[in-house]
Design a protein around this ligand. Structure first.
Ligand SMILES: Nc1nc2c(ncn2[C@@H]2O[C@H](COP(=O)(O)OP(=O)(O)O)[C@@H](O)[C@H]2O)c(=O)[nH]1
Ligand SMILES: [Mg+2]
Length: 258
């Protein structure tokens, strides 16, 4: 528990046998449950996760690779069904610094935000700690995301996030964009639902892990996901009745918080 709040960590993992043990070994003691989603890995990621021998760990296995967005959606379902108040996403390649977790949870626990997300770009000396292409690319995609969603987010592509259970119920996460681009789709849904989104500076961690994100995602996939977000906003503007599913309606103020 963190300040009376039940916290789950969702760990999407694809071929992370080398780093999953390190990731799980660093999850803080106040976390109640850890949901590892093995996304059709070809290595022994799931086995390594189980052999962490941490009673908090539950391993879900996708029979085939479905993408990081789909893995996170599966993890959210399991975490909230098991009673979590907040679900935090920490990637299976140990790229999220666990010491940032309390700061990320703070705005949700205090009832100030529905979705708190990491912001590596505001971290002191971020440009020196991130590969230059990542630093510049993230600034550009964040600007596009601000335009498309209307939310003042700074680091749209950061995967280190915390989502409250009540907010998740309004996001239709099973329909989330299944691959890279899911953070942008999630932000679009959050904006449509009137959720309160908060950026929290987190340390950029770049070590010996490999990324599955390429130029194709930055140039085509994320812009396409954002075009869909704009399309949904446009349809909602011109429609007399809400176009979105009922679960995407704005959360009533008294329902907000955790
Ligand atoms: N590349 C990739 N990663 C996935 C997939 N499904 C789950 N993941 C996990 O998603 C997390 C983020 O992926 P990564 O490629 O490291 O992205 P980046 O750190 O944002 O550049 C990692 O923990 C992956 O193991 C998938 O289909 N492809
Ligand atoms: Mg990574």
């Amino acid at each position: 528990m963190f300040d009376g709040t039940r916290v789950a960590v969702v760990v999407p993992a694809f071929n992370e046998a080398r780093l999953i043990g390190r990731t799980l070994g660093r999850v803080p003691a106040f976390v109640d449950q850890i949901v590892v989603v093995d996304d059709g890995s070809r290595d022994d990621t799931a086995e390594r996760a189980r052999s962490a021998h941490d009673p908090r760990v539950v391993v879900i296995e996708h029979a085939t690779n479905r993408g990081v967005g789909a893995a996170i959606a599966s993890g959210y379902r399991a975490a909230f069904d098991a009673g979590a108040d907040v679900a935090v996403v920490m990637a299976g390649d140990a790229q999220m610094d666990p010491s940032d977790l309390p700061a990320l949870l703070g705005p949700i626990v205090r009832g100030e935000a529905d979705y708190a997300k990491g912001d590596r770009l505001s971290y002191p000396r971020a440009s020196a700690q991130m590969p230059l292409t990542r630093f510049v690319g993230n600034h550009l995609l964040s600007a596009l995301t601000r335009l498309a969603t209307g939310l003042p987010v700074r680091d749209s592509q950061c995967g280190y996030t915390a989502l409250s259970r009540r907010a998740e119920a309004h996001l239709a996460t099973p329909a989330l964009w299944p691959r890279y681009g899911y953070p942008n789709d999630l932000l679009g849904r959050a904006a449509a639902a009137g959720l309160r989104v908060r950026d929290v500076p987190v340390r950029p961690v770049y070590a010996d892990e490999a990324s599955g994100i390429g130029l194709r995602h930055a140039l085509f996939v994320v812009p396409w996901v954002l075009a869909r977000v704009v399309g949904r906003r446009g349809r909602a503007l011109f429609s007399a009745r809400p176009l979105e599913a009922p679960e995407l309606r704005a959360i009533a103020p008294d329902e907000r918080g955790r």
